[in-house]
Design a binder for this molecule. Structure first.
Ligand SMILES: Nc1ncnc2c1ncn2[C@@H]1O[C@H](COP(=O)(O)OP(=O)(O)OP(=O)(O)O)[C@@H](O)[C@H]1O
Ligand SMILES: [Mg+2]
Length: 391
């Protein structure tokens, strides 16, 4: 039988292939048991979605009987899309042939939905036509009421929740809050990676969701724990990897979950019985080479000043003082105002990450592989740009 790669690079497979997160799981479980909703925040690819699935797995393996539903609303552009994605998520987890799925279909019949199944994936597709905005609100209310009436408790995770700020319906947030607040049988995890937007939704006293939830900020997996996990996964597959190689991997990926998983997956796939640092370095080079096309495209999309700024940040790896004189002059960035303008543009494009710690804010290139590529390409031949290329 073909050996399975134990380093997953998408979704969630099993507890076995999931590294730790015990503290976060306890918090989620405690919140669920005490009827507290959670706001789960982290930079992209840190493991929010994985954690939600892992938590569902934990709940479903307890004796308690729960309904767990995950809805990703990233692609929603309106309240109508929100309702559609929520209905589809329900049918995904509880298809027509299940008891819960049948009950759900009976309820939504009243809204005259058109339900079809994707020819290739088999995924349910729900389409509802509304005559008036009130009908939309009624449908949404109907969905939440349905959850409320179940005799099992419901855990509903709404991923990429910041998306609701883009809906054209001005009352979307207020409406959702009104319905959600009335629910006793349903607990929520609202998760998202746009920290500023998420914090604004939940911490701005002028907004409907103010103070409604408890925050859970997902950090990097503890280094020692990740190190042990990687070694164990190799050993379980009758292979070895030495500590210095694992340390090299975690340094290179900055211990950021997704990048670590991808690199370990690549190293594992080499088939080597005894993995050494050369093997890891080869995997790094392959990853960068594979992604090069994308990085070169980024360059087309950015101004010379923005590109230069990214290189500067990559070379420093992490910058706390974007407007410090020595940083500005070392890389020919220009004035502090220029640095602020460039950083804002790059943060908006998700190319630069700004992270807050207890006592400071730091900046780094968002995509760790991209950062490593920039470091490699521009390590020797960095040229200060000419003054006109600053903008
Ligand atoms: N604890 C973990 N152990 C092993 N792999 C993990 C763990 N958490 C997440 N992963 C893997 O890391 C990758 C990134 O995780 P995930 O997609 O959950 O991140 P995310 O924070 O939801 O990202 P995004 O904000 O882009 O949606 C995925 O491939 C996932 O399978
Ligand atoms: Mg996610």
């Amino acid at each position: 039988m073909k050996e399975l790669n134990p380093f997953i690079t998408k979704g969630y497979v099993s507890k076995d292939l999931f590294c730790n997160r015990e503290t976060e799981l306890k918090i989620l479980e405690n919140n669920f048991n005490n009827n507290i909703d959670t706001t789960l925040i982290s930079p992209r690819r840190m493991g929010k979605t994985g954690l939600i699935y892992r938590f569902f797995d934990l709940l479903n393996n307890k004796n308690g009987d729960f309904i767990t539903i995950y809805a990703d609303i990233f692609s929603s552009r309106s309240l109508e899309d929100f309702i559609k994605l929520l209905a589809e998520a329900i049918l995904h987890y509880y298809p027509e042939k299940t008891f819960f799925g049948r009950k759900f279909l009976q309820i939504i019949k009243g809204f005259r939905p058109l339900i079809s199944y994707d020819g290739i994936t088999g995924e349910p597709q729900v389409s509802i036509t509304y005559q008036t905005p009130q009908e939309k609100e009624l449908t949404l209310r109907g969905l939440f009421d349905f959850f409320e009436r179940q005799d099992k408790r419901v855990m509903l995770a709404i991923d990429e929740f910041q998306q609701i700020t883009e809906y054209p319906e001005k009352n979307a947030e207020a409406l959702l809050r009104t319905y959600i607040q009335q629910l006793n049988n349903v607990n929520f995890i609202f998760s998202g990676s746009k920290t500023t937007l998420m914090l604004d939704i939940f911490s701005n006293s002028k907004r409907p969701f103010f103070s409604m939830t408890q925050y859970l900020s997902l950090k990097k997996i503890d280094r020692k724990t990740y190190c042990d996990f990687i070694v164990r996964k190799f050993e379980e597959n009758k292979r070895t990897i030495d500590d210095s190689t694992v340390n090299f991997i975690l340094d290179w990926t900055l211990s950021h979950t997704y990048y670590t998983q991808v690199l370990c997956n690549r190293v594992f796939s080499s088939g080597r019985k005894n993995v050494d640092i050369q093997c890891a370095k080869k995997a790094c080079a392959e990853i960068l080479q594979q992604n090069e096309e994308i990085y070169l495209q980024y360059r087309q999309l950015l101004t010379a000043g923005q590109w230069n700024f990214l290189i500067a940040i990559a070379r420093e790896e992490r910058v706390t003082q974007l407007t410090a004189q020595n940083f500005l002059s070392k890389y020919g960035i220009g004035t502090p105002a220029n640095a602020r303008r460039l950083s804002k543009a790059l943060i908006d494009k998700d190319l630069l990450l700004s992270e807050s710690t207890v006592d400071s804010v730091y900046y780094q290139v968002y995509d760790v592989f991209f950062m490593r590529w920039l470091q490699e390409i521009y390590s020797f031949n960095f040229r200060k740009p000419s003054p006109e290329s600053h903008s």
